[in-house]
Design a protein around this ligand. Structure first.
Ligand code: ZN
Ligand code: ZN
Length: 384
């Protein structure tokens, strides 16, 4: 498959300056960033391509090579093709440039060894209750598995031939004037071997995509964004090479009643009646797993907050390797009460409230009195 043109990848013209390239890169990298496109392999591939294009075009030397020789030129300088990016070492780069400019002398890389499987990343959705208690949960993951028909060899007979194009070296050496280029052999993809009777089940690839169930341990206190690494649960690699890893990113669903803030849980509108607020009462408060009782003092105002210790979420810390550490500490449950004004009164309730109103007319409460005095003061100052 032909590789996309780096200028087209970034959407810039061939004479774009560093600033234009940087701008285009930032925009596209944000758009396709894996954190924004969890579980989207297409976005991930685009992101990798954008990073790769930027890395080449922003580097004057690499860009010159690319402009002159295209992708093939960069494969010889340690860039481009498989193994490009962070895995291409500085030594590879120097080595490649040396052979490109000095006409050989660089060390031969030989056939490509067995490749490790790719790492995978996908979301795992849990409820707030599951986050509070922790859960063993299985998720379905689409990944590459070794083809059982050919045991990963890709050939029906199990036999492979030495690649005739590169004679088993895995790379092609081309000379252009003073330059010598080493290019990964496209016939055998650098393995140095070809298959004459490809396996029908995997079309000679040696691996097939299947859906597998994987079990993850979500620790108590897990919050959105927590990463769980499952070693060796990614794509299968070449025969003899290790599997990739699977990273699950936790997403906690919103709860219909509780609002989570770190390790505390909030109950934003807990209704109490006017008489409960005025006289005080013991009320039952729901928690994630049951209920607790709370004493509301007499004279509680609307929007007063009450904190119930230890009824929030368990604390979860992460060690320096990113692994979760459970602790016995728990957050609080904070509730904010709302005093409800009755909308439908029985005859008896209305009678009592009217009686109360009469008393209030005669006997103005101290806070209301000072409030009325203030209003009077304002009117007087306006008139003078
Ligand atoms: Zn097969
Ligand atoms: Zn070959």
């Amino acid at each position: 498959m032909a590789k996309a043109d780096y200028y087209e990848v970034l959407g810039v013209s061939r004479d774009a300056d560093a600033e234009e390239i940087g701008k285009a890169y930032k925009k596209l990298a944000r758009q396709y960033h894996p954190d924004r496109n969890i579980g989207d392999p297409e976005a991930e591939a685009k992101f990798k391509m954008v990073v790769e294009a930027h890395e080449v075009l922003i580097d004057e030397q690499k860009r010159q090579i690319y402009d002159r020789y295209g992708h093939a030129g960069l494969e010889n300088s340690g860039g481009g093709g498989p193994g490009f990016g962070p895995s291409a070492t500085f030594a590879d780069l120097v080595d490649g440039l040396f052979s490109a400019f000095m006409g050989g002398g660089g060390r031969s890389r030989g056939p490509r060894g067995p490749q490790r499987g790719s790492d995978l990343r996908m979301p795992i959705d849990i409820t707030l209750l599951e986050a509070a208690q922790g859960i063993r949960k299985s998720v379905k993951v689409k990944r590459l598995e070794t083809c059982l028909e050919c045991m990963g060899k890709g050939s029906t007979s199990g036999k492979k031939q030495q690649c005739t194009r590169c004679k088993g070296r895995g790379e092609i050496i081309q000379r252009q004037g003073f330059f010598e280029f080493r290019q990964t052999c496209s016939t055998c993809n650098g393995s140095g071997e070809t298959i004459s009777d490809p396996c029908k089940a995997c079309s000679g690839v040696g691996r097939v995509q299947v859906e597998r169930s994987v079990t993850a341990n979500v620790p108590p206190g897990a919050d959105t964004g927590l990463r769980l690494l499952l070693g060796g649960e990614g794509d299968a690699g070449d025969p003899g090479a290790p599997r990739g890893d699977l990273e699950l990113v936790v997403r906690v669903q919103e709860h219909e009643m509780f609002v989570r803030e770190g390790k505390d849980l909030y109950l934003p509108d807990f209704p109490i009646t006017f008489s409960q607020a005025a006289l005080g009462a013991t009320v039952e408060v729901p928690t994630l797993t049951g209920k607790v009782s709370l004493t509301i003092p007499a004279g509680t105002q609307s929007h007063t907050e009450f904190r119930i210790r230890g009824e929030g979420m368990p604390e979860l810390r992460v060690n320096r390797h990113g692994s979760p550490i459970e602790s016995t500490k728990k957050g609080d449950l904070v509730l904010r009460c709302t005093v409800e004004v009755p909308t439908q009164l029985t005859k008896r309730q209305e009678e009592l409230l009217r009686e109360l109103a009469e008393i209030e007319h005669k006997q103005v409460s101290p806070t209301r009195k000072s409030f009325l005095d203030k209003i009077k003061g304002i009117f007087h100052s306006d008139q003078s």
